[in-house]
Design a protein around this ligand. Sequence first.
Ligand SMILES: [Zn+2]
Length: 117
Amino acid sequence: MGVTADPNDPRLKRGPDPADSAYREQNDTYLVLSEDERAKGFVRPLRLSYWHEKCGKITTMGRAIAETYARDPHFYGGTYCAHCGHHRPVGENGEFYWCDPDNPERQAPAQQSKVGT
Ligand SMILES: [Zn+2]
């Protein structure tokens, strides 16, 4: 899995997968904010993993994607569940919650906000 800071990169794919579609591998390339933009500072804690409310399983991100969420929480409209093999919505009405930032393996639903908020 690679990342690019170029929104016109032809390898990028966009949009969610239907919830009833077959498992598919993650995309080859994901869009991230540039290193310069990420270096301006985070407005949320740096969190490396989230869990999917539909399956309860945890997915861990690459660092550049995690930093992009921390810099701009609303940057992404969806994210990938490694268990379901789907890209699904994030945000207030999304399907994902952050894991405990101090322990990426721990789900703490009562204490953690939704991904993309
Ligand atoms: Zn899932």
